[in-house]
Design a protein around this ligand. Structure first.
Ligand code: Q46
Ligand code: ZN
Length: 324
C-alpha cells in the first residue's frame, strides 16, 4: 500500500476514502478535515478565544492538539466528575497535556458545584448516571465559558459519536432532538455560548490513529458508566455496517446534515428566562441544574462516592459528554 500523496509506504488505510497515507500525510489529512469543519460551519474565527472541553480521552486531546498547532487561542476545560479512578486518571492526562503544550487549563469539580460527585448524584436522584452527569456538564461548560469570556465551547465529538446519536434519535423518532444534531449550535441567547464539534468529519479510528502518531498520552478506558449503554450498542451496529459498506457512517450523518436536517427545523416559541437562583438560561423559574443541586444538597449526600457495583451502568446516556 502506498501513500496517496507522496507514494511512500502507507501507514494507515482509510477505506471510506479509498485512500492510504503515510504518517505525516495522514496528520495533514486529519488537520485539513478540522480546518474544513471550522470553515464550513463558521465555528470560530482566528480572533476568538476557544474553550476546549477535554475529558482526557483521545478525541478531545487530539482536537486540542490540532487547535493549538493551528494557532488558535485555546484554554482547556476539564470537568472533574468524581467517577472513581477514571476521573483521577483522566484529570492527570489533561494536566500533563496542558503542561507539556504550555496552555491554560481550567478545572471545575461537579462535587463542588452540585454538592456531590456523579456516582452519588446517581444514588440520590435514582436516575441513570449520565442524566445528572450530562446536565451538569452542559451547564458547567456554558457557565464557565461565560465567566471567562469565551464565545464558544469546542467538544471532541467525532463522526462515530454523531452517527450513533443520530441513529438513536431516528430509532425513537425524537424529532425535537434532530434539529439540534449539528456540528455547530449557534447562540440563541446572550447567556448561551456557541457549541461546536470540529471533529465531526473524523472517525473514532482516525482520532485514535492521530493521537497515537502524535504521541498524545490519553486515557484509553471509557467511563465505567458507559458500559452497556445503548449508544455503545448503536456504535457497534454502525461499525458492522461500516465493515460491510465502507462510508456507511459518513453517508448516514452527512446525508442527514445536507438533505434532511432542515426539514425538522422549526421556529421554536420557547421563552428563555434567567434562573432566579443562578441567572443562567432556563425555560422555567429555576433551572434544572439548580434543582439538581438542591435535591442533592437537601438529601445530605456524601461527597465521597460508593464503588459502582455490577449492573450499575447507564442504560441510555442520551447526552454524550465532552468527547472521549
Ligand atoms: S462521563 Fe458522564 Fe459520559 Fe460517564 S456518566 Fe455517562 S455522561 S458515560 S460521556
Ligand atoms: Zn439555576
Amino acid at each position: 500500500m502506498k501513500c496517496r500523496k507522496c507514494g511512500e509506504r502507507a501507514a494507515i488505510e482509510l477505506r471510506r476514502h479509498n485512500a492510504a497515507f503515510c504518517v505525516p500525510d495522514f496528520q495533514d489529512f486529519f488537520r485539513k478535515q478540522i480546518r474544513e469543519a471550522i470553515r464550513k460551519h463558521r465555528m470560530f474565527t482566528e480572533d476568538e478565544p476557544v474553550l476546549v472541553a477535554v475529558s482526557g480521552g483521545k478525541d478531545s486531546l487530539a482536537l486540542w492538539d490540532v487547535l493549538i498547532d493551528e494557532g488558535y487561542r485555546t484554554t482547556g476545560l476539564y470537568l472533574d466528575l468524581g467517577i472513581f479512578d477514571y476521573s483521577v486518571e483522566s484529570k492527570a492526562r489533561c494536566e500533563a497535556f496542558a503542561a507539556r503544550r504550555g496552555v491554560p487549563l481550567i478545572i471545575a469539580a461537579v462535587a463542588d458545584e452540585v454538592g456531590a460527585p456523579v456516582p452519588v448524584i446517581k444514588q440520590v436522584t435514582r436516575r441513570p448516571p449520565c442524566s445528572g452527569c450530562g446536565l451538569s456538564k452542559r451547564y458547567l461548560m456554558n457557565r464557565t465559558a461565560l465567566q471567562h469570556g469565551f464565545p464558544v465551547v469546542a467538544t471532541g465529538h467525532n463522526l462515530d459519536d454523531e452517527a450513533a446519536t443520530l441513529f438513536g434519535s431516528v430509532m425513537h423518532w425524537q424529532t425535537d432532538a434532530l434539529p439540534r444534531q449539528s456540528p455547530a449550535l449557534a447562540s440563541t441567547h446572550p447567556k448561551l455560548v456557541r457549541r461546536v464539534k470540529p471533529l465531526y468529519r473524523l472517525s473514532e479510528r482516525e482520532t485514535a490513529a492521530f493521537a497515537f502518531t502524535r504521541k498524545i498520552d490519553y486515557i484509553v478506558d471509557e467511563c465505567p458508566f458507559a458500559k452497556g449503554a445503548t449508544s455503545i450498542a448503536h456504535k457497534e451496529l454502525l461499525n458492522r455496517m461500516e465493515e460491510a459498506s465502507p462510508g456507511a457512517k459518513h453517508n448516514f450523518l452527512f446525508g442527514f446534515l445536507d438533505k434532511a436536517r432542515a426539514a425538522f427545523e422549526r421556529v421554536e416559541h420557547v421563552e428563555l428566562k434567567e434562573c432566579a437562583r443562578c441567572g443562567q438560561v432556563t425555560t422555567g423559574e429555576i433551572c434544572a441544574f439548580c434543582k439538581l443541586a438542591q435535591s442533592v444538597r437537601g438529601a445530605g449526600a456524601p461527597r465521597a462516592p460508593q464503588r459502582a457495583g455490577r449492573g450499575e451502568a447507564a442504560t441510555d446516556p442520551s447526552v454524550p459528554g465532552a468527547g472521549a
